[in-house]
Ligand binder design. Structure first.
Ligand code: AMP
Length: 382
């Protein structure tokens, strides 16, 4: 009753409160929970709270616990797209309260990576969340809604100061090996250390019943599942399907760097992985039978680009195409039909040659863009 009355006032609706309640409100000290509640920022025209600090979030979380409201967390680095939204939709189906975290985590970027130019689109992100909030409200099939955005500062997330991004940098890190050392971890040696560290912090802060990750970053899902298991964490990891453009390119916040010319060629990876998947569906099981045609296709598509004029072509380098065990991400020679496997790859789209006047080169003048993608080969035997 007490909370209810205060909430009505906060939402802006003018109602006459009994004098007893008004007196009580005036007497709150600054440490009283309701005092802080009054200052909660919200996304305009929604009830989605914006929390910038850990105490604010924790205070809200405690209330969810007391009200038996399950909490789902969707960690993101912002620059939201349909891939993120699909995870939020899943979370709203399965939880009363959804927290979306938006935080560009510096420790998962290598020293020479694109931390400074990583797209930051707060205003657009907030609009997308507002639209999604309306969509979720109109859809009767959801258990819950987006309750809060957690958008902390780096001082808040790294209270002892931001640790070094160097490989042998000191600091409080979570490392999950060997799974975090292969594939993406081999190309980006500090990447999974940064991801696991920030996810451990987010899980400790939000204490969600469920956490949502995209299959698009499949190795990340394996690392996080391992972290949750090995550190006996009380949360359940849910993995959502990869969302794609109509031509097969996996959605990614980094696609904005591509520009028109490279965007046309950027489907090389999804096409190559598709070829390998087709082989699996036709009954091939060995590494050579599956990856051979995929590598051949990537080579052909690169030759096609080389034959074009410099002002028309878009060159790329294949970093890896992998066939790996779904639990460990270690390379396999043969798919175990009871486990299936993960086909994955990474391709670096190089900056375009001879940019033309007025050409759309992508965000930040079109630097190199590393694209990753994967397909899960499902087990065919129990
Ligand atoms: P990011 O903001 O890139 O860190 O991604 C936040 C979450 O969204 C991660 O769990 C990603 O795997 C997921 N995600 C990114 N792209 C996609 C996609 N195309 N489809 C599904 N999930 C995605």
């Amino acid at each position: 009753m007490f909370l209810q009355a205060s909430r009505t006032v906060l939402s802006g609706t003018k109602v006459a409160l009994p004098q007893r309640l008004l007196n009580a409100r005036r007497s709150f000290s600054s440490s009283h929970p309701l005092y802080i509640r009054q200052r909660d920022q919200v996304i305009p025209r929604t009830s989605i709270k914006i929390f910038r600090t850990i105490p604010q979030l924790r205070q809200w979380r405690r209330k969810q616990l007391l009200d038996y409201r399950s909490v789902g967390l969707v960690p993101t680095m912002g620059a939201l797209h349909e891939g993120h939204l699909s995870l939020i939709r899943m979370a709203a189906k399965e939880n009363f309260s959804v927290v979306v975290s938006i935080y560009v985590n510096p420790t998962q970027f290598g020293v020479h990576e694109d931390l400074d130019s990583y797209p930051k689109t707060w205003t657009k992100d907030v609009e997308m969340l507002r639209d999604l909030d309306r969509e979720l409200a109109a859809d009767g099939g959801n258990l819950g809604k987006i309750s809060a955005v957690f958008a902390p500062t780096t001082e808040e997330m790294y209270p002892s100061g931001r640790p070094s991004q160097d490989i042998d940098g000191k600091g409080s890190f979570v490392t999950i090996t060997p799974v975090g050392e292969v594939l993406e971890g081999a190309s980006r040696p500090t990447f999974f250390r940064g991801v696991a560290t920030v996810c451990m912090k987010l899980f400790n802060i939000v204490t969600p019943e469920k956490v949502y990750f995209g299959q698009k970053d499949v190795q990340q899902t394996v690392v996080i599942k391992k972290m949750v298991k090995d550190f006996c964490m009380d949360t359940h990891v849910v993995v959502g399907k990869t969302q794609r453009e109509s031509d097969g390119l996996a959605l990614s916040s980094r696609n904005v760097y591509l520009g028109t010319r490279r965007r046309r060629v950027a489907t090389v990876l999804s096409k190559a992985l598709r070829v390998a998947e087709t082989g699996y569906l036709r009954g091939y099981r060995s590494r050579d039978e599956l990856l051979g045609p995929a590598r051949e296709l990537a080579k052909l598509l690169l030759m096609e680009q080389h034959r074009l004029e410099p002002e028309e072509r878009a060159k790329f380098e294949v970093d890896y195409i992998s066939l790996a065990d779904p639990d460990t991400m270690q390379e396999v020679e043969e798919v175990d039909e009871t486990k299936g496997a993960i086909l994955s790859g990474a391709v670096k789209m190089l900056p375009v040659e001879s940019p033309q006047p007025g050409e759309d080169l992508g965000l930040s003048g079109g630097p190199s863009v590393r694209l990753i993608d994967n397909i899960i080969l499902k087990p065919v035997k129990l």
